[in-house]
Design a protein around this ligand. Structure first.
Ligand SMILES: Cc1ncc(COP(=O)(O)O)c(C=O)c1O
Length: 437
């Protein structure tokens, strides 16, 4: 096989599953076998597979104009229209929109905007970025530096000293041993401590996912995001919300920050922006942050060949219409609760916690529920469970021993029942009894 598959261990068998088609939440492989995709690909096929409306939007635009750059004095109609829709929807908006090809580029863009914002305002030494352990922001240079998984950085040169990390709100394993939603928000105050340690006059931005995805579906306690926003404002540091997973209804609201009334200075979007039908990302910039750029005599020398790709933006527009017309955020809230309740009703000694927001749900496996002791990672318990479910026709994902579920937002209750039944069966055959013995 000539295809390099990201994150595939060299020992993995070649071509495990080749998916050839999809409808709704179901995908089919080249042997005709059907799977219920409880991952929505990589957390993104929010509108479901095989939507004729999105196919029509792409086809119509490809016939007129597939692509024309939006550099210098040029634009194209879908890029203009999608930018104005997103600008209106930005919490605290309207803001400005710079399109990218995907998520990591949106994060790179937000970090560059933040640094240049301070530069243009006469604070060029404000370049530092504070992020969180267990964060995932993509795998390109700056986005990788912001990420909080040391293993992903191994072998790619020395760490960038401008980036530092604080603990995320991982309430199940709270380093301060507090109980969720009745704590002192120590993880938010860790931001202030880190700002003081580094000197706030050297810090440009704090970047965080409203609900961390790859880090293990970490839903923050109630006051967390308002508290970090307040700290950022007090120290003149910009708050970048990475909404690449949490955007477009995934958590039960259009954007994750909508749950807490937070208005980020910069927002990173991708994935659900087109439900994956064509690659597209975006960085939303608040009007206040854009002001020095608008007043500067020099151009913002940043962008990508595919920024504002006409066909991708046309799909983004239609996808956004579908999400709003069908109230997919509301559906995600309702069915997310149904999924969470169904999973919580399962009784398995190895299920330490079930948590989530909307249709973004995590299930943490432990060797001992009483002490929350994790399994020995060498036993690959989460991976084994993922593979057992796949053999039973359900695709979900193991993030180590945390299982994530993020199905298309069009999933039905019957399909959720099927996912839960398969998970229940596979937990019994693959995981129960593997505890400490
Ligand atoms: C929160 C978050 N940010 C950024 C990214 C990177 O996006 P991309 O893979 O499109 O570069 C991801 C991808 O999973 C993500 O989950």
């Amino acid at each position: 096989m000539y295809l390099v598959r990201p994150f595939s261990e060299p020992g993995n068998p070649e071509a495990t599953v080749c998916i050839v088609s999809g409808r709704g939440c179901l995908v089919r492989d080249d042997g005709g076998r059907e799977y219920l995709d409880a991952n929505a690909g990589l957390w993104l096929v929010n509108a479901g597979y095989g939507r004729p409306e999105l196919l029509a939007a792409a086809t119509r635009q490809l016939e007129d104009l597939a692509y024309f750059p939006v550099f210098w004095g040029f634009t194209n109609p879908p890029a203009l229209r999608l930018a104005s829709r997103l600008a209106e929807l930005m919490p605290g908006g309207p803001g400005r929109v710079l399109f990218t090809t995907g998520g990591a580029e949106a994060v790179e863009t937000a970090i560059k905007v933040a640094r240049r914002y301070h530069f243009l305002r006469g604070e060029p030494e404000r370049t530092g970025i504070i992020a969180r352990h267990r964060a995932y922001h993509g795998l390109t240079g700056t986005a990788l530096a912001a990420g909080g998984f040391p293993a992903y950085k191994e072998g790619f040169g020395p760490p960038d000293p401008d980036f530092s990390h604080i603990p995320p709100p991982y309430c199940y394993r709270c380093p301060w041993e507090q109980a969720k939603d009745c704590c002192g928000l120590e993880c938010a105050h860790a931001l202030e401590a880190e700002l003081r340690r580094r000197g706030p006059e050297r810090v440009a931005a704090f970047v965080a996912e409203p609900v961390a995805g790859v880090g293990g579906v970490l839903v923050p306690p109630q006051g967390y995001l308002p508290a970090v926003q307040e700290i950022c404002r007090r120290y003149g540091v910009l708050f970048i919300a990475d909404e690449i997973i949490t955007g477009f209804g995934r958590t039960g609201r259009l954007f994750g920050v909508n749950h807490w009334g937070v208005e980020p200075d910069l927002m990173c979007l991708a994935k659900g922006l087109t439900s994956g039908y064509l690659p597209l990302g975006a960085c939303l910039i608040s009007e206040a942050v854009w002001k020095p750029f608008a007043e500067s005599p020099s151009a913002f020398r940043h962008g990508y060949t595919y920024s504002g790709h006409a066909a991708a933006c046309a799909v983004g527009l239609r996808n956004l219409e579908l999400i709003l017309d069908e109230d997919l955020p509301g559906r995600s809230a309702r069915l997310g609760e149904y999924l969470l309740n169904s999973l919580s009703a399962l009784d398995h000694p190895a299920v330490g916690e079930v948590r989530g927001l909307g249709l973004m749900v995590g299930l943490e496996l432990v060797a001992d529920r009483a002490t929350r002791q994790p399994f020995d990672p060498k036993r690959w318990v989460g991976w084994e469970l993922q593979e057992a479910c796949r053999r039973e026709g359900v695709l979900l994902r193991s993030l180590g021993d945390i299982i994530s579920l993020s199905p298309p937002l069009v999933i039905t209750e019957e399909q959720i029942d099927l996912v839960v039944a398969v998970l229940d069966r596979c937990l019994r055959t693959e995981v129960d009894g593997k505890g400490l013995s």
